[in-house]
Design a protein around this ligand. Structure first.
Ligand code: GAL
Length: 416
């Protein structure tokens, strides 16, 4: 009898333990991203939820989204996944995500989340994801030690950037850390669209339904700036991961980097400190503006009954303690406006204050799914990749291709 009782107890414990483990698919595999995930894992562990990692490497999430699509089509969805922006809206329309209205109500999310965040996680009146952090794309990082050696001022204007680039080249330092990976080119380009076109035009471009906005001459100006930036690194192909670019900035092999502020989390993971080892400033002519990408965790509807644990996961990751610990490591800012911003580093604090100011222009990242769907985003990145790699393609020709691409996407997708 004793043996039977023991095996019954073990079986129940195993089922109990199994029921508390959630599969999470994401693409946070760099040093900084891993540190941020570990903060969530610890917070969840304290609440009896075990995070089983299904991490798919590859910056920008292109690979992760392919794997996630195939798992969902194979009726084997993870319990939770990094589903963000337009993908989140499309997936909730397909009934693939668990609504979280009760969790939101019970935890008073509407009173503590930034209004922008509340808007991004709400689709057709339902709360469809747990928000994790707000990244700022229009961030220019510069190596503080190199700047001090060359007696350079902070690169606030394009004139400052051009002078710094000349001084860096004379000193044998690459002016910009750069990668030809399409998603990274698209990330840089959208900051140039905002810089050249301003928030009103950028808002039109990001709406993507109004394809005529892409015919504006300021789009060609942004393409010219993109070509100038690429030419600073010569003709050799550089298809490096974003972490390699961040590394070049960290070591001083490159002076500047335009990248989402997940690079801040990466630099911190390597022991660097904002304000001492590196500085960050908005991309010239985008100061006071927030080109955002909001990371969200969607709870996926699956064959295994997991709602109670999924709701608890949503509750925990939005809690003040988890929010501070995760975002300090990730380089993004908390989704709540009730945390103490003095606990954020110099880079994140400026992002936070910009978000907090009622009159700040808040613009959705096209390159990171906040505006266009996956197919349009990828097509844009590929068109920009072709322009950057082929000097024979003029800005005017590249602009024609962008207009044609957006026009066909506008026809294909009815306005949301
Ligand atoms: C973004 C994502 C960030 C970071 C970045 C680099 O799309 O929202 O959290 O992972 O890609 O991979």
């Amino acid at each position: 009898m004793r043996g039977f009782a023991l095996s019954l107890w073990l079986a129940c414990t195993a089922i109990g333990a199994q029921a508390q483990t959630l599969d999470v698919l994401h693409w946070w595999t760099s040093a900084g991203e891993r540190r941020a995930v570990d903060q969530l894992v610890q917070q969840l562990d304290r609440r009896g939820i075990a995070w089983r990692d299904a991490a798919i490497p590859g910056g920008g999430g292109g690979g992760a989204m392919k794997v996630l699509n195939s798992r969902v089509l194979a009726r084997d969805p993870p319990d939770a996944a990094q589903v963000i922006g337009r993908t989140l809206a499309d997936w909730s329309d397909l009934g693939l995500v668990l609504p979280l209205d009760e969790v939101a109500q019970r935890n008073r999310w509407s009173q503590s989340l930034f209004p922008l965040v509340q808007r991004v996680i709400t689709h057709r009146g339902r709360i469809v994801a747990a928000p994790l952090g707000v990244h700022r794309i229009n961030t220019l990082f510069f190596n503080q030690r190199v700047w001090a050696q060359l007696k350079l001022g902070a690169p606030k204007t394009w004139g400052d950037v051009e002078q710094a680039a000349a001084a860096l080249r004379r000193a044998g330092v690459a002016p910009f850390a750069w990668s030809d990976e399409p998603w990274q080119i698209a990330t840089v380009f959208e900051t140039l669209l905002l810089s050249e076109g301003g928030p009103a035009l950028y808002g039109e471009l990001a709406a993507t339904q109004r394809w005529q906005a892409w015919q504006d001459p300021r789009v060609a100006k942004a393409l010219e700036r993109l070509r100038w930036l690429r030419r600073l690194n010569g003709e050799t192909a550089i298809e490096q991961r974003w972490t390699a670019s961040a590394r070049q900035l960290f070591t001083g092999d490159a002076g500047m980097l335009i990248m989402g502020d997940w690079a801040d989390g990466e630099l911190v993971a390597w022991g660097a400190q904002a304000g001492r080892d590196y500085g960050c400033t908005p991309v010239p002519d985008t100061a006071g503006m927030h080109l955002y990408s909001i990371d969200t965790l969607a709870m996926l509807v699956g064959t295994r009954k997991r709602e109670a644990e999924q709701e608890r996961m949503a509750e925990v990751v939005v809690s003040p303690a988890a929010q501070l610990a995760y975002n300090q490591a990730k380089g993004s800012v908390p989704v709540r406006d009730d945390i103490d911003p003095t606990q954020l580093d110099d880079c994140a604090r400026d992002s936070w204050q910009t978000l907090k100011r009622a009159d700040s222009p808040l613009l959705p990242s096209i390159a990171h799914r906040m505006a266009a769907d996956e197919a349009t985003k990828d097509a844009l990145a590929d068109a920009l990749h072709r322009f950057v790699k082929d000097p024979a393609v003029t800005p005017a020709r590249a602009q024609e291709r962008l207009v044609a691409l957006i026009r066909s996407a506008a026809r294909a997708t009815p306005p949301p």
